[in-house]
Write a protein that binds this ligand. Structure first.
Ligand SMILES: Cc1cc2nc3c(=O)[nH]c(=O)nc-3n(C[C@H](O)[C@H](O)[C@H](O)COP(=O)(O)OP(=O)(O)OC[C@H]3O[C@@H](n4cnc5c(N)ncnc54)[C@H](O)[C@@H]3O)c2cc1C
Length: 276
C-alpha cells in the first residue's frame, strides 16, 4: 500500500495534480471496507489527509456553519450549537454506524463516497449545503443538490479535494430526518428522507430510492402550492416522477415507494391541504 501523509494542503493537492489515480483518504471507513476485495486498487497512492489540522474543525460564522473536510460525525454530535441550530445533523450523525464509525467517518467522505443510501447527504442537501472543492488550479463551489450527475458520478475532478462544506444559517419552521432501516444502529437505509422548511421554501430530499440522493421537486411543489393530499396513495404519482426505486437485496421497489409515501404523509400531515 502506498500511503502519502502530506502535512500541508498544497502538498496534498500537488500529489493529486501529479497522479490522477491517487485516492484521498479521510476516516477510511468506506475505502478500507473494500480493501480485501479490490486488489486492483492496492497499487494506487492513498493520500492520507489526517495531518491536515486546518481541515478538522467546524466553524461558526455570522451567516453559515462550515464543516471542515475532516470534521467527523462525532465533532458535530459534541457541538451543542449544532444540536440547537441544525438538529438534523445530529440526528443523522447518531444513526451512522456506531460510535467507532461516528468518531472516524467524515461528512466529506460521505459526500464523495456517493452512496445513494448515505445518511449524511440528505440533510446537508435539505439545508442547502455547498461543497467547496480545491485544487492547484483554484477553488470551486457547487451546491450539493447539483453535485451528483449519476450513480457514483459527481462534479469533482480527480485533482480536487473537498476542503469544506458550507451550510447557510437560517431559521427553520420545520425539519425532520427519517431513516427506515432493519434496525436502529449499523443499518443501511431502505428509505431515507430529510425535509426542511424555511424562508427559502420546502426541501424534500430522498435517499435509497434513486441512483443518487436527490431533491423531490414535485413533492416540494405540492407543499408550496398547498395541494390536498388525503392519503399516502395520493403521493404515488409525485413519488413516481421524483425518484426511481429499485428492487435489491434490502427491499423491493414497491416497498420503498409505499414506505416513502407513508412517512411523507405522516410527517407532513399538518401541511397537506393547508393554504400555501
Ligand atoms: C461498519 C460501518 C457502518 C457504516 N454505517 C454507515 C451508516 O449508517 N450511514 C452512512 O451513511 N454510512 C455508513 N458507513 C459508511 C462510512 O462510514 C461513511 O460514508 C463515512 O462518512 C465515510 O467517511 P470517511 O471519512 O471514512 O471516508 P473515506 O473512507 O476516507 O473516503 C470515502 C470516499 O471519499 C473520498 N474522500 C474522502 N475525503 C475526501 C476529501 N476531503 N476530498 C475528496 N475526496 C474525499 C475518498 O477518496 C473515498 O472515495 C459505514 C461504514 C462502516 C464500515
Amino acid at each position: 500500500m502506498n500511503v502519502f501523509l502530506p502535512s500541508t494542503l498544497p502538498e496534498a493537492l500537488d500529489t493529486l495534480a501529479r497522479d490522477p489515480a491517487a485516492v484521498p483518504m479521510a476516516g477510511g471507513t468506506d475505502l478500507l471496507v473494500h480493501w480485501p476485495v479490490r486488489i486492483e486498487a492496492h497499487d494506487r497512492t492513498y493520500v492520507d489527509l489526517s495531518r491536515l489540522e486546518d481541515l478538522k474543525p467546524l466553524t461558526w460564522k455570522a451567516d453559515e456553519l462550515v464543516l471542515g473536510a475532516l470534521t467527523t460525525y462525532w465533532d458535530v454530535i459534541r457541538d451543542e450549537r449544532a444540536g440547537r441550530e441544525f438538529p438534523l445533523l445530529v440526528d443523522a450523525a447518531r444513526q451512522v454506524g456506531a460510535i467507532q464509525i461516528q468518531t472516524r467517518g467524515t461528512w466529506a467522505g460521505n459526500i464523495v463516497n456517493a452512496s445513494p443510501a448515505a445518511d449524511g447527504v440528505p440533510l446537508l442537501m435539505a439545508y442547502d449545503a455547498v461543497v467547496v472543492l480545491q485544487s492547484l488550479r483554484g477553488r470551486e463551489e457547487i451546491p450539493l443538490d447539483r453535485f451528483y450527475s449519476g450513480y457514483k458520478d459527481m462534479r469533482r475532478r480527480a485533482d480536487q479535494l473537498v476542503v469544506a462544506i458550507r451550510i447557510p444559517r437560517r431559521p427553520y419552521s420545520f425539519q425532520v430526518f427519517e431513516k427506515v432501516g432493519s434496525r436502529r444502529a449499523q443499518a443501511i437505509a431502505k428509505v431515507g428522507l430529510a425535509i426542511t422548511h424555511s424562508s427559502a421554501g420546502w426541501r424534500v430530499v430522498a435517499a435509497s430510492v434513486a441512483p443518487t440522493i436527490r431533491r423531490c421537486a414535485t413533492i416540494e411543489r405540492l407543499l408550496e402550492t398547498g395541494a390536498k393530499v388525503v392519503s399516502p396513495e395520493d403521493l404515488f404519482p409525485a413519488i413516481g416522477r421524483d425518484v426511481a426505486p429499485i428492487d435489491d437485496i434490502r427491499s423491493s421497489a414497491r416497498y420503498r415507494t409505499r414506505v416513502m409515501a407513508r412517512v411523507l404523509h405522516h410527517d407532513l400531515r399538518e401541511f397537506w391541504g393547508r393554504e400555501a
